[in-house]
Design a protein around this ligand. Sequence first.
Ligand SMILES: [Zn+2]
Length: 538
Amino acid sequence: MNCMILEYEDEILVVDCGLMFSDLDNFGVEFVIPDFTWLRERKDKVSGYLITHGHEDHIGALPFALKAGIRAPVYASPFASMLVRERLKEHGLESDTEIRTFKMGDKLDFRHFSATPVSVNHSIVDAFALFIDTPQGRVIHTGDFKIDPTPYYGSRLDESLFQKAGEEGVLLLMSDSTNVERHEHSLSESRIYQTFENLFAAAEGLTVIAMFASNVARVGQVLELAHRMGKKVAIAGRSMDQNLRHAQELGYCQHAPSVLIPVEDIDRHSRRDVIVLSGGSQAEQGSSLQRISLGEHRLISLDEGDTVIMSSRYIPGNEKAIGRMINNLFKQGAEVLYEAVHEIHTSGHATQPELRQMLEWTRPRYFLPIHGEYRHLVHHAKLARETGMERERVVVAQNGDILEATTDYFGIVDKIEEPRVLVEGRQGGDISRLVLKDRRILGERGIVFALMVRNQETRRVIAGPEIVSKGFAHESVAPHLLDEARRICRQLIVDYEHELRQGRVETDLQETIRVELRRFFERNVGHKPTVLPMILDL
Ligand SMILES: [Zn+2]
């Protein structure tokens, strides 16, 4: 999750506030957000949320931060503002949250900080780096970025601004590490145009393109091509629809009115002349593409000759679900084009040569690689040292680390213990690590109940034990094992009642049964299920 906190004396700025979709969804964890406890304890210091761009992993946790009582204006670009407003609406927060829309060249002034948004190229329009002036010096946060010499919308990132910053002095650079392992300069967004044109020209049937709804430039290219080639475009999916509407409000996607048709009208046109723009590239449950792949979409079905183009990256953790969906799309008879073999997708993140360029332009005193997995941060740190930075000026930090930067020191000074919260359900109740562990154990080993009734006065067991199990062992061995477990329980009860008659200190029957049964099951099935003895005193 991307959420960076800058603090100076009595003031805090929050840069981005994202959520991460979870690969733990087997255990009911839908997504992961930052733990806002630390920030909530300092909420009066927060002057604002600064949003670099509108991707979910940069804005998705805003509603949770605001609900946690950390109220402050949200500063965002025009397109990001619209997406933030949608998120807030879903949580009923839009009326009491102030969204201040900024543009290139604006200067945002706070008590100790001032921030200047600087345009960068990325897989969403209106993406910005932030130049943040602090009393200790200038901090540059690149956000997600790449250097695209020919972006479809917007202009190439203005390197002179970064160079100028480098000449004036940069205290700290924080730069996107996602694609540091790639050595070729990233593919320009405009390169997609040629590939799509060839594919559209060769289409024998329906063309379905799955992509991120927020990739306005790619949608724009499809619409322009359709316009030029006399084709029609249908939009499948609420998010796709919503993003296109916002894009049009900002003046993008001007070909939309001339080529868009409702999904209901697909059959009125020759199939080869229709392109469907669909959400669901990550195989999300219930998404348009997922339903199409299962033959369950009300209005769109696939046939021999149809083509599905997967024009987006696979978010780590989704690979299996996407793989299954691609298999299903093939089963529907369609040809499926995926991965980079066809240049049908280009990443929005800078690769090694671009990252090196960023380091050389800005020549920071200190460097902190951000965004990406730990190994990416390590590689990016190594790259910084290759550009001549001394070892002690480059720090690799982990989620929750607290760093201090002054003119003569940069390093980790403290740590927030558990910086993440696991969330179940869209509106979010959080799940603790302990609950998650329980779910995992229950899922892997099942559960056995031992039920009995005891007379409250005599302390004697008057009914049971009954042994019931769920998800524990194969049906062919379970009955035998449970019989044996019942016998063990009976013996434990006999021993217990013997103790009672002797007037000895009463042992904890419940705990004894639990321990003994777990031991028994481990001996016989090789693992310990969860054992829950329940004694009802009547
Ligand atoms: Zn992004």
